[in-house]
Every structure is written in C-alpha cells, then in structure tokens.
Design a protein around this ligand. Sequence first.
Ligand SMILES: *Cc1c(COP(=O)(O)O)cnc(C)c1O
Length: 234
Amino acid sequence: MTSIQHNLQQVQQRISRAAEHCGRDRQQITLLAVSKTKPVSDIREAWQAGQRCFGENYVQEGVDKIAQTGDLTDTEWHFIGPLQSNKSRLVAENFHWCHTLDRLKLAQRLNDQRPAALPPLNVLIQVNISDESSKSGIALHDVEGLAAEINALPNLRLRGLMAIPAPEKEYQAQLAVCRQMAEALQTLQAAYPGIDTLSLGMSDDMEAAIEAGSTLVRVGSAIFGARHYPDAAS
Ligand SMILES: *Cc1c(COP(=O)(O)O)cnc(C)c1O
C-alpha cells in the first residue's frame, strides 16, 4: 500500500469515528482531497484508492491538473482558493464547484461564463467567520443578501457555506466557531431548501467541524503530506 492510500484510509477512519462519536450518518460527510501543490501522480494514486473529489486553490494549476486527468472517471473538481475576477472564466469552464464566492460581481461573472452545455456551477458563500481582515469571505450578517442575489442567477446553484476558521488548538474553541457556521447554514436552509453543504474542517479541526455539522471536510496534508511552497502563484 502506498502512503497516500494509507493516509486516505486513516482520514476516512477519522471521519467515521467523528461521525459515530456524535451520532451522525457517515454518508452525510464527503471527503475533499486538497491536492494543491501536489503532482498529478498523487491525484492518480488517490483516485486508485477510491477518492473522487479533489480541491485546488490556484486556478491555473487546477485547470492544468483537470486537463491531465481527463481519463479518471467520476472525478469532481472543487475550486477552494481566493478567486480574482479576471480568472473567473477558467473556474466557470472547468470546475464543478466554487467554494469561495464572496461578492456579487464574481457571482455574475461565473454565471455569465458558465458554458451552456454544463450543469449549473455549484457554489458556496465563503464566510469570514473568525473576522480576520486578511482573509477573504463576507460577514455572517451579509450572507442573506448575497444568497438572494446568487439564487437569482440561473447558471449557479447555491449549495451552502464555506469557512476557514482561524487555527485554534482547543477542541471546544474549534467547536464553538464551527457551530456558528452550522447555525448560519440552518438559517439559510430555511429560506432555500436546496442548500445542503457546509464546507468546514481541515486536517487539524475536522472532528470539531463534523460534530458541528460539516458535510464536506477539506483535507490536504493529512492525505498528501506536508506542502512545500516555492512561489505558488495563481
Ligand atoms: C490548503 C487548504 C486546505 C487543506 O489544508 P490542510 O491543513 O492541508 O488539510 C483546506 N481548505 C482550504 C481552503 C485550503 O486552502
């Protein structure tokens, strides 16, 4: 067994144990393998081990990898990095999901650029839950307004919310932040029945995210190993 296969099994077990611990159905939680900076050969290995959903942060890197893995059936590509408006077309044309929608202008561009031959682009509103001025995402109280605007765009399908909480060591502190996101999702669900996704939890906080109600954990280093950043630019 390769280390990626082994790591995937470990992460799957962590997800199952976390779900069991809080009485949630394991089937409700999807593992997104974050392959940013990692070679296509790693993606192939993960696919061989049964992984189908992959996340990329840098537009051009992601588009190149999608092109190089066209032979891998059933893969689902999620764009999870900050998105500049001038790169929106590549996301609209190549990805299945965009997790980092945080402004109307970007939503309009993705809507207009989504090819008619493809199903609507699945989108998540990114929330700046830890209120860090350096991070992207909108404030919780702005979610409702943006959701209404996105909902009116026919080539986008609003699926839920995404957040990258500030790193916290304490489980209870992680849980408290994650619960704020879960509550926001419930509020949104009451208004839009199609909402079903909370993208929350990474290698170091996925247990708390799952206990709070995450339906999609984004895991990179625990699967592919530590990343080395040269000058990763999008
Ligand atoms: C890199 C990244 C991840 C994965 O982080 P790990 O700590 O390696 O699991 C998840 N989500 C986003 C948005 C990322 O940029």
